[in-house]
Write a protein that binds this ligand. Sequence first.
Ligand code: DLL
Length: 435
Amino acid sequence: MPHYYQPEIETASREEILAIQNEKIVKQVKHVYENVKYYRDLMDAKGVKPEDIQSVDDIKKLPFLSKADLREAYPYGLLGTDLKNCVRIHSTSGTTGKRVVAFYTQHDVDIWNDCCARAIVAAGGNSGDVCQVAYGYGLFTGGFGLHGGSEKVGCLTLPMSSGNTERQIQFMMDLGATIICCTPSYAAYIGETLAEQGYKPEDNKLKAGIFGAEPWTEEMRRSIEKSLGIKAYDIYGLTETSGPGVAFECCAQSGMHINEDHFYAEIIDPDTGEVLPEGSKGELVFTSLDKEAFPLLRYRTRDICVLSHEKCACGRTHVKMSKPMGRSDDMMIIRGVNVFPSQIETVLLNEGYTPNYQIIVDRVNNSDTLDVNVELLPEQFSDIVAENQKKERALEIAMRTMLGIGPRVHLVPPHSIVRSEGKAVRVIDKRKLHD
Ligand code: DLL
């Protein structure tokens, strides 16, 4: 029997959801127009007035907001309320350019926590659970977001933050954590460390994991589920929209329900900005429907995915988004071919390797090169050069079939690739250093 955190909303009919959205969007646009000069100027430049937005159908008349706008407006330019009404700030981990800072009123935090609570309940969580939050606490939204959700559900919340893996495992075992929340790459690392310490998957009390903040493949899901003995659920969100919990997976594990009473989603053609029909693959755009402090209208996420209104076995009615297939800016263009790290991950895990790999892209004599370092398990490691070379060639062939271009594969010794405690760095693109 599926459980819901807010059943009346999570299973509302399409008409009910539309009615909620239509009522909220009118107020939200008015709120933004009156309080956010930066966006008012964009609306004025496009000749759109708040009265032109009477329902979510009219959202397409509004101008887009991009990451560049957020950087330009840094730090207060998109603030929708007086700073004295705000209780929290979070920020993106962006390594290039100015960071994006997001602001929250108490009302915004409450809604965000509800969204995360829905995700935890969808993963089977309830007040009897011990929820280990191993996302980073701090400016990153992962820790505080899942923490707030966990407390709303009534779980006993373990605010571990990321890192210190030995201590994570000690608390997990001693306090009997039943749910763990962290990035999928960190979950894989915890699973690996547990095995190294001699634990079997059935030795821990975990039943579910709530993993997100970075792209991960179905193969990675199966590998984590096996190593921890759990069911692994996906969760999606971004700092700009509040953090994790914009969308979450249910027991059907086939896409993430978007919390449509708080966020309106569109899929657009990333090149033309045209809104695409349901089922098309394109860039995900979000409009917040009831944010006070940081209300973003038509924010371009750069995440590429597909939306589906197909009926879900769990009974939730909110639209589902597919796993993001990588950000448009994660995509590598190598010798003219589009390559996503997830394609390489799929091949590696299917061929029996670990998710410990690193992709190195460079340009030599005006030609792009693609190298993949793949870490071996101790039992896969061999001193015989010819044996390793044979495995490398086999992987190169499998990857060429998947990608359409041939990489060079290098098998590297166990434990030689740095493990991630937060978002994994999968790609080193040295071309960017030359440019
Ligand atoms: O990563 C918020 C978050 C925390 C989500 C914890 C889930 C769990 P940012 O650091 O602003 O926020 O990064 C947002 O991460 O635009 C996606 O490209 C990527 N991302 C987030 N969740 C997923 C996911 C947090 N489940 C960016 N699958 C987004 C794939 C994801 N990519």
